[in-house]
Design a binder for this molecule. Structure first.
Ligand SMILES: Nc1ncnc2c1ncn2[C@@H]1O[C@H](COP(=O)(O)OP(=O)(O)O)[C@@H](O)[C@H]1O
Ligand SMILES: [Mg+2]
Length: 263
């Protein structure tokens, strides 16, 4: 049985001016331990789909199940990492990571051991008593990942988590994520608009269309890791996916021109 099953999902946002069909006829299955990227330009419903799996915003119709249970709300089996650093600014790194465990009422000793392990694993030991404002973007995202790992969620949902980072920091965190994913056997559903990022990371790349958001291509990436972005195979796939994404990007741009003309 697939771990995540998205069955005929539609999502319509009703606004004063019009209805936006953000998702239409979405059918998707993700196996336990799989690393799947949702790829597409801005506005094609990637976040909407991720938020539906997270349980933050439910579909207008259709259903999403995790391990056979229908999703009706957020749950500890699904941890979310956002692009914006969703850390508590008044808490130190260690306190941020500990927060979820304390909410769960875990014993002090258990929490302390877990924090030490995660600080070590994400190379945050020297930063344990710092506050988020004193960290670089890359370090903050390490803390955000540690916070999700602390809860032992089998599923990690990530919405452009590295989108605001410079190229080197980004590659560094991609490698860390792959290491964690392999070590812990997590299922990862990862949203990005970067074709290269999706090829570097994913077992499968799900390309989405712009309005309505549908699945345009479900591509299995059959390359051993670590993948070399300079290799011929990598670049061949990059060109192919680039064509698919560019078509949607153009539809997005055309739509924006139309809207601008109406205003
Ligand atoms: N709360 C909302 N109200 C109205 N429209 C929304 C809302 N959230 C998203 N949308 C629209 O739904 C579409 C998909 O948005 P989103 O899922 O954020 O796309 P992506 O993450 O791929 O950029 C967009 O056209 C967006 O404008
Ligand atoms: Mg988004």
């Amino acid at each position: 049985m697939s771990q995540i099953v998205v069955n005929n999902v539609q999502k319509v946002f009703r606004t004063a001016e019009r209805d936006v069909v953000a998702l239409k006829d979405i059918n998707l299955e993700v196996q336990a331990g799989e690393f799947v990227c949702l790829l597409g330009p801005s506005g094609c419903g990637k976040s909407t789909l991720l938020n539906a799996v997270a349980g933050f915003s439910l579909p207008s119709s259709g259903a999403i199940t995790v391990d056979g249970r229908r999703i009706a709300a957020p749950g500890p089996d699904r941890g979310m990492v956002f692009q914006e650093y969703a850390l508590f600014p008044w808490m130190t790194v260690a306190q941020n990571i500990a927060f979820g465990l304390e909410v769960q009422g875990k014993a002090k000793g258990e929490v302390a051991a877990k924090i030490d392990q995660l600080l070590e694993m994400l190379h945050l030991k020297d930063f344990r008593d710092r506050f988020p404002k004193d960290l670089s973007g890359g370090m903050r995202q390490r803390v955000a990942i540690a916070r999700v790992l602390a809860l032992d969620s089998p599923i990690m949902l990530m919405d452009e988590p590295f989108g605001a980072l410079d190229a080197l920091t980004r590659r560094n965190l991609q490698d860390e994520l792959l290491r964690i994913w392999a070590e812990f056997g997590k299922t990862v559903l990862f949203v990005t608009h970067s074709i290269e990022e999706s090829i570097y990371l994913a077992d499968r790349i799900v390309v989405m269309t712009y309005r309505p958001g549908t699945i345009k291509r479900d591509h299995v990436v059959d390359m051993p890791r670590p993948r070399d972005p300079a290799s011929a195979e990598f670049n061949e796939l990059k060109r192919e996916l680039g064509r698919l994404v560019m078509e949607e990007q153009q539809r997005h741009a055309a739509d924006e021109m139309k809207l601008a003309a109406v205003d």
